[in-house]
Design a protein around this ligand. Structure first.
Ligand code: PEP
Length: 252
């Protein structure tokens, strides 16, 4: 059975006290109302991860990092390792967000190393894929996503691939207020699931959680999540306001 996941990517936002308040608010809401079978994940910036893992302990809310080094340890100034994340009980890590690809030139090959190191340290990668607008307009979106998955994920053995969560995030929808239509999301999610079946098997394809990300908000979440192959969302802007984030969680 695949998991339904709603993950909040806070990006580079919030001061310490604001982060503290937001984690508390989310935990309070889940304690009071439950999460309706949804695995709730919050991905704050690095300095707040330990605060988040402390507050969320035993509360049905899990913590993810937004990035990880491709290296084990050593002289890599400014980097954060998978071992460090694991040691503060971080469960997930976003890998391959389009902002990392664009601003930090992270290639599919480089991202495959991050996926490997996460899995080695028992951290679940939330692997992001998705096309830019020109690629969609020229009809190349399926090839782009296939290439991203092939070069970053499909080298994995089945036993490791099974642990990965995929987030389809069309780049033109991220932070733009333009959401993929329900049909566009479902179509790409089915395409991804079929690729997984071709590379592994039907059971693994059925069991893989494929999230949608890109301007998902309380108004459109219900329609997007109603699709049979959309197993939740990776939420940017709307995860920064507790009320919006709950409404998205409650859309299932
Ligand atoms: C994201 O950054 O992963 C994202 C989906 O952002 P937003 O929801 O703001 O479009």
């Amino acid at each position: 059975m695949r998991k339904i996941i709603v993950a909040g990517n806070w990006k580079m936002n919030k001061a310490f006290h604001e982060a503290d308040d937001l984690v508390f608010d989310i935990v309070k809401h889940i304690d009071k109302n439950g999460a309706n079978g949804v695995e709730v994940v919050i991905c704050p910036p690095f300095p707040y991860l330990e605060l988040a893992t402390d507050i969320t302990e035993n509360d049905g809310v899990f913590v993810g990092a937004q990035n990880v080094s491709n290296q084990e340890s050593g002289a890599y100034t400014g980097e954060i390792s998978a071992m460090m994340l694991k040691s503060i009980e971080v469960k997930y890590c976003i890998v391959g967000h389009s902002e990392r690809r664009k601003y930090f030139n992270e290639s599919n090959q480089f991202l495959s190393e991050k996926v490997n190191i996460c899995l080695k340290h028992e951290i679940i990668p939330i692997f992001c894929c998705g096309e830019v607008l020109e690629e969609r307009n020229s009809g190349n979106h399926f090839d782009v996503v296939k290439n991203q998955l092939t070069e970053s994920l499909f080298h994995l053995e089945a036993k490791d691939f099974k642990k990965v969560v995929i987030a389809y995030e069309p780049v033109w929808a991220i932070g733009t207020g333009v959401t993929a239509t329900s049909e566009q999301a479902q179509e790409m999610h089915v395409f991804i699931r079929n690729l997984i079946e071709e590379n592994y098997n039907k059971r693994i394809a059925n069991d893989t959680s494929i999230l949608y990300g890109g301007s998902c908000n309380p108004q459109n979440a219900k329609e997007l999540f109603a699709n049979p192959d959309v197993d939740g969302g990776l939420i940017g802007g709307a995860s920064l306001k507790a009320d919006d984030f709950y409404k998205i969680i409650d859309s299932f």
